[in-house]
Design a protein around this ligand. Structure first.
Ligand code: PRX
Length: 644
């Protein structure tokens, strides 16, 4: 589509967007000449050693022949943007503000201190043999050392892959093996809501059968007695504390991989999403500054975990590239009680707060008193991410938490997009509760029919992005074919997000959720296939099918249909014990129904549509089931529905 650029639109790509009119001008400029737009953005936001002269090379149509690139002739090290360049003007400014598991247990690292710690850690990792292009797996809790380790890898040109600390030993092993990590960085234990998370012990289990790992670097956090293998394992304090605090960053080309982050797909094993240096940093920095209306004295609090993309882009890379003060929060929203966030807002003077709708719904259910007893006058912008937000929760967030005076930004994006893609721009975009509103300038979103035809005006369809953007994933680790098949085969020449979406008469986007077999439970993305693989590994289970159903707090709940062998009953606790071992503590089934068989077509394909309808309590709306191999199982399934 060709947009008309108004003659007076002369401001730069980094000038704050202060009105909807300005937004439209900026979006039009970006769409008319993406290369010029993004080159301007990157030059303003990133400290390049060698400034790029080219924007995009390649396109979505040619993606099968290899990854596309942005700023290909540029050279940089992302940590120079995040650390070195701030030393002069912001050396004493707090870079990382850490709040531990116990309220008031804080640590502040200035940009100068963070720079020194990253240099020391980079020197220590180099001494352990970690080289440019090699992989380091991080399996840590929310301690500053997690961010330090990420940046230290980046400083060496090594590729980090952070695995969320809730994942099990088996899940961790799968990821270590997939990327062939040379080093694992972990800590003795994590802490969350007064509970100890045995990170090192789990790492130990995971390492059985991981010959690529030469060393394990262990940060001592709780001081617990943990397994320690002499020669292979190294204490952080033994090698980092004594290392030199100066380190010459390894300069890499723009497209050098920065990190791999595993995420769930609709089938098979987790996918190693690859993000590269120059484009990712440009995009994380641009979106962080633009969406949240970032100002120099902001205290930015994204309460996600660094194990997810939200933590990568909006705890570490975006805020640090922008010289902001970024919070790292070790605990949970309900520890010691449901007022923790707001007490923290008051005590730390948080100005921008970013969380998931699940947390908002859970806290809303606890009553307003937990919120109103804290002074929230420092807050200016409130954000949500990870799942659709229902209007009731959105309104509560705006009116009760934000006292009706804060901008609320519902930000839609994905591990693969690298950063926020559809979102209001605070406070310029007029909000509508429950809508992610409009694509950011530089993102060309479209809705399409299953046949791939573009839908215009108000419509419902598959959410696609039509033109590349710098923050997008480039490939899947050592599996470009799967990358192409997953994202570019549904609609040829367009990136398919996996989400369904509605666009209203004002052009606002309303994400309706995944249209593939991916669940979004409490903002966690999980593949039904991963659950099913765990269940059928149990002797008692012959077949299993997992679907989501609406859940008032978690957005989606997990509903399991199982066909047993040799038993009559199965205990939910036993199922969850298996999911916990094979996937992780966050993978929990809410309801289980034993069925005599799964509804299958004559060719053997499970008809999930039927299972979803029954799990949603809409078993009366099944429509035509005559194509099933055995239509009688449907009655049994409907009859055994596990509702409230
Ligand atoms: O379904 C969308 C949902 O989360 C998916 C991406 O999950 P993940 O890669 O884990 O990244 C989560 C954090 C960016 C999307 O395909 N999602 C994310 N944000 C929203 C959302 N759904 C509705 N509204 C959102 N704001």
């Amino acid at each position: 589509m060709i947009y008309q650029v108004p003659a007076h639109a002369r401001e730069g790509a980094a000038t704050p967007i202060t009105s909807l009119e300005r937004y439209r001008e900026r979006a039009a400029r970006a769409a008319n000449d993406p290369d010029a737009f993004w080159l301007e953005v990157t030059k303003q936001r990133v400290a390049w050693r060698k400034s790029p002269s080219v924007g995009l090379e390649g396109d979505f149509h040619g993606i099968a022949s290899g990854p596309l690139s942005w700023f290909a002739d540029g050279e940089l090290n992302v940590t120079e943007s995040c650390l070195d360049r701030h030393l002069e003007a912001r050396g004493d400014k707090t870079a990382i503000l850490w709040e531990g598991d116990e309220p008031g247990q804080t640590r502040r690292l200035s940009y100068r201190e963070l720079h020194a710690e990253v240099c020391k850690t980079a020197n220590a990792l180099a001494a352990l043999g970690l080289q440019r292009g090699e992989r380091a797996i991080l399996y840590m809790g929310m301690v500053p050392e997690a961010a330090i380790a990420m940046l230290a890898c980046a400083r060496l040109g090594a590729i980090h892959s952070v695995v969320f600390g809730g994942f099990s030993a088996e899940a961790l092993r799968e990821r270590i093996r997939d990327c062939g990590a040379e080093i694992v960085i972990t800590q003795d234990e994590g802490l969350r809501g007064g509970k100890r998370i045995p990170l090192k012990a789990t790492t130990e289990q995971a390492l059985e059968g991981c010959p690529s790992v030469r060393h394990v670097l262990v940060y001592k956090h709780t001081g617990a007695d943990v397994p320690f293998v002499e020669g292979r394992d190294v204490w952080w304090h033994d090698v980092v504390d004594s290392a030199s605090s100066s380190h010459e960053a390894v300069i890499v080309p723009a497209e050098h991989p920065l990190f791999i982050l595993y995420t769930s797909g609709s089938t098979g094993h987790p996918k190693g999403v690859v993000h590269t240096s120059g484009g990712y940093l440009t995009y994380a920095s641009y979106t962080h500054a633009t969406v949240f209306d970032l100002r120099e004295d902001d205290v930015f609090a994204c309460v996600a975990d660094v194990g997810w993309i939200t933590g990568h882009s909006y705890i570490v890379y975006g805020p640090l590239a922008n010289g902001a003060t970024t919070l790292m929060f070790e605990s949970v929203p309900t520890y010691p009680d449901a007022g923790r966030y707001w007490e923290m807002v008051e005590r730390l003077g948080i100005t921008i707060f970013y969380t998931a709708p699940t947390a908002i719904r859970a806290l809303q259910a606890q009553g307003d008193e937990f919120v109103t007893r804290a002074d929230r006058s420092s807050l200016r912008v409130l954000g949500t991410v990870g799942e659709p937000i229902n209007p009731e929760a959105w309104i509560w967030y705006r009116d009760v938490v934000g006292e009706g005076r804060c901008a609320v930004v519902d930000t839609w994006w994905q591990t693969e997009t690298g950063g926020i893609a559809i979102s209001p721009i605070a406070p310029a975009t007029p909000a509508k509760p429950g809508s992610a509103t409009l694509p950011l300038p530089g993102i060309q979103a479209s809705l399409r029919s299953p046949e791939g035809h573009a839908l215009f005006g108000p419509a419902r369809g598959l959410l696609c992005i039509d033109h590349p953007w710098p923050g997008q994933a480039r490939t899947l680790w050592r599996d470009h074919e799967r990358f192409v098949a997953t994202y570019f085969s549904m609609v040829e020449g367009h990136y398919f997000t996996g989400d369904g979406c509605r666009r209203d008469e004002d052009g606002y986007y309303w994400i309706t959720g995944r249209v593939d077999d991916v669940l979004n439970v409490a903002g966690h993305r999980m593949g039904t296939a991963e659950f099913e693989a765990a269940l059928v590994s149990m002797d008692a289970i012959a077949e299993a099918a997992i679907v989501g159903y609406p859940h008032t707090i978690k957005g989606q709940g997990v509903y399991a249909y199982v066909v047993l062998q040799g038993e009559d009953e199965i205990d939910l606790t036993a199922l969850n014990a298996t999911c916990r071992t094979q996937i992780g503590a966050h993978a929990r089934i809410d309801r289980v129904q034993v069925v005599p068989g799964l509804p299958k077509t004559r060719s053997g394909k499970v008809m999930r549509r039927i299972l979803r309808k029954v799990a949603e309590g809409r078993g009366d709306e099944l429509g035509d089931v005559s194509t099933l191999a055995d239509p009688s199982v449907v009655e049994a399934i409907k009859g055994g529905f596990e509702g409230d």
